[in-house]
Design a protein around this ligand. Structure first.
Ligand code: ADP
Length: 152
């Protein structure tokens, strides 16, 4: 069974994330969207809320699960018997950052994990959770950039 983990903060999930999820669904038997929870990090939305937003956005995909982890991404993936890590690429800065992480994860997992990258669809590459949070904090129209499940 081909299992992929899509790790991220998803604070909150955006239409950019959703684009990657929707396009990855047919590529794998199972896709686990996993929130990496870091106790040192400050989030806008608590873990439960971030999970609820994602769950409601992906409820119609039978092969998608939503989960969270607090350990290393590689350890979580191996625990779940996943062979793939899914990441989205928006721009060259994402690529440089993701390249180092993908090589590191492959080394740590002794070659048992491959990172698969999907390029963001045009028109979605400017969206980030950070921009959405900024719009939300100024009462702007964040609804244009997130799935309908995300409401404050
Ligand atoms: P992280 O803190 O791990 O970067 P994010 O929730 O910001 O978590 O992002 C998770 C993944 O989603 C990353 O691979 C990121 O590149 C991707 N991503 C974020 N926004 C977009 C977007 N607009 N289009 C495509 N991929 C995106």
């Amino acid at each position: 069974m081909k299992t992929a983990v899509f790790p991220g903060s998803f604070d909150p999930i955006t239409l950019g994330h959703y684009d990657i999820i929707e396009r990855a669904v047919p590529l794998f038997d199972k896709l686990i969207i996993a929130i990496g929870q870091n106790s040192q990090k400050k989030y806008m939305f608590p873990l439960e809320k971030r999970m609820e937003f994602i769950r409601n956005a992906v409820a119609h995909f039978p092969n998608v699960e939503v989960d969270f982890f607090e350990n290393l991404t590689v350890d979580y993936c191996l625990e779940k018997n996943a062979q793939y890590i899914l990441r989205g690429l928006r721009n060259p800065a994402d690529f440089e950052f993701e390249k180092a992480i993908a090589h590191t994860n492959r080394t740590l997992a002794r070659g048992k994990l491959e990172t698969v990258f999907l390029l963001t669809s045009s028109g979605k590459s400017f969206i980030s959770s950070g921009i959405v949070r900024e719009i939300m904090s100024h009462n702007g129209e964040y609804q244009l950039l997130v799935p309908d499940s995300v409401r404050i």
